[in-house]
Design a protein around this ligand. Structure first.
Ligand SMILES: NC(=O)c1ccc[n+]([C@@H]2O[C@H](COP(=O)([O-])OP(=O)(O)OC[C@H]3O[C@@H](n4cnc5c(N)ncnc54)[C@H](O)[C@@H]3O)[C@@H](O)[C@H]2O)c1
Length: 336
């Protein structure tokens, strides 16, 4: 295979980023897109020379594809992955895997059974500064970590509902939990608290507006992660680490704007990157699909561990700070 026929289900914000990237690849033709907001699907289809569908399942039933990008809100996961799996169709799926853990565990089992190529949109893993940070922590492990996601409330109606997005931990801070796994290692247990402030401009909202998570890593390192969606703009999205005699700070200002800063007794150094990690992850997935030597940045199975970690933190917050063992959370979902 030297060219790919691709489809995209969901034509909102992040689908636009993927479609823009795919349009620059000479070996990919986006042939079909789907969205229940039909005008949006038609508009995106006409700009990409693709066929528009109102229903992603109909798209998957009708089109002969080599891969599909699933860019739907968190609560829409399940039936689309099942349909792709039925057809043995490789898929790229945006994070989070689902609003819960059992759905993701079930899909991961089927992906494994079919040995299907998958990729998950934890785009930080395609930021080269993260690779650089990985090298810095390789010989000098992390002792304490603090993550911050202090932001506004996204306007998409599904976001403010826990049954639509899963809440801020699952929908946004999940990126930092994933990054923590990359730079600090696997988490043994979590303990979390959350609070919700009612707001007149979001009358339907039931998601927590602030949360704090304590993490105990298997390595013995400890960490905290705080999140809030009460601001009028993104204030701070970063992960700060303490190594022996050095701090390390990875910050995201926007999807294509990252900064890495380290400080030691000798002084401070910083690097900025404006590369597009969405295009990089898409390219890696396409190369893997075309059989070229490439490492898929985040497989479904790998993302499942992040999903288990975030679901454990979310459960702890709902249960007023009960300490939750992350392996136990995953084992419980596997057994259930
Ligand atoms: N990797 C990242 O940094 C990043 C950034 C933004 C969003 N995301 C993730 O991407 C997903 C979508 O977010 P978004 O910002 O594009 O949201 P969005 O609201 O802009 O777009 C979602 C689109 O999906 C459509 N949709 C809803 N249910 C559908 C279904 N069953 N089938 C087909 N289409 C359906 C909606 O009509 C909408 O057009 C979320 O899971 C979000 O977490 C990831």
């Amino acid at each position: 295979m030297s060219r790919l026929r691709a489809g995209c289900v969901g034509t909102g914000f992040i689908a636009g980023r993927h479609l823009d990237a795919l349009a620059t690849f000479p070996d990919v033709d986006v042939v079909a897109v789907a969205d229940p907001v039909v005008e949006r699907a038609r508009d995106v289809a006409s700009r990409n020379g693709a066929t528009a569908y109102a229903d992603g399942l109909a798209l998957l039933e009708t089109e002969q594809l080599d891969a599909v990008w699933l860019c739907v809100p968190p609560a829409a996961h399940g039936p689309l992955e099942d349909a792709a799996l039925e057809r043995g169709l490789p898929f790229f799926v945006e994070k989070p895997l689902a609003v819960d853990l059992p759905t993701a565990v079930r899909i991961a089992g089927a992906v494994r059974a079919k040995n299907l190529l998958t990729c998950v949109g934890y785009h930080w893993r395609s930021v080269s500064l993260v690779e650089q940070a990985k090298q810095l922590v390789a010989d000098d492990p992390v002792h304490v970590m603090t993550g911050t996601w202090w932001d506004s409330t996204p306007r998409a109606p599904w976001w403010s509902r826990r049954d639509g997005s899963g809440g801020q931990l699952l929908e946004q801070t999940t990126h930092l939990f994933d990054l923590a796994r990359v730079l600090v290692g696997e988490v043994a247990s979590v303990q979390a608290l959350e609070t919700r402030t009612p707001r007149a401009e979001f009358p339907e909202a039931d998601v927590p507006t602030a949360s704090a998570v304590l993490l105990r890593f298997r390595s013995g390192a400890v960490g905290t992660m705080t999140s809030s969606c009460l601001l009028d703009r993104r204030h701070l999205v970063d992960l700060r680490l303490v190594l022996q005699g050095r701090t390390l700070d990875l910050r995201e200002r926007a999807l294509s704007d990252h900064e890495l800063r380290t400080e030691t007794a000798a002084g401070e150094r910083s690097w900025r990157s404006t590369e597009d990690p969405v295009a990089r992850e898409d390219r890696a997935f396409v190369d893997a699909l075309l059989g070229q030597p490439a490492r898929v940045p985040v497989s479904y199975d790998e993302a499942l561990r992040t999903q288990a970690l975030v679901c454990a933190a979310d459960r702890s917050a709902r249960e007023d700070g009960r300490v939750i063992d992350v392996d136990g959370e995953l084992a419980g979902a596997l057994g259930g």
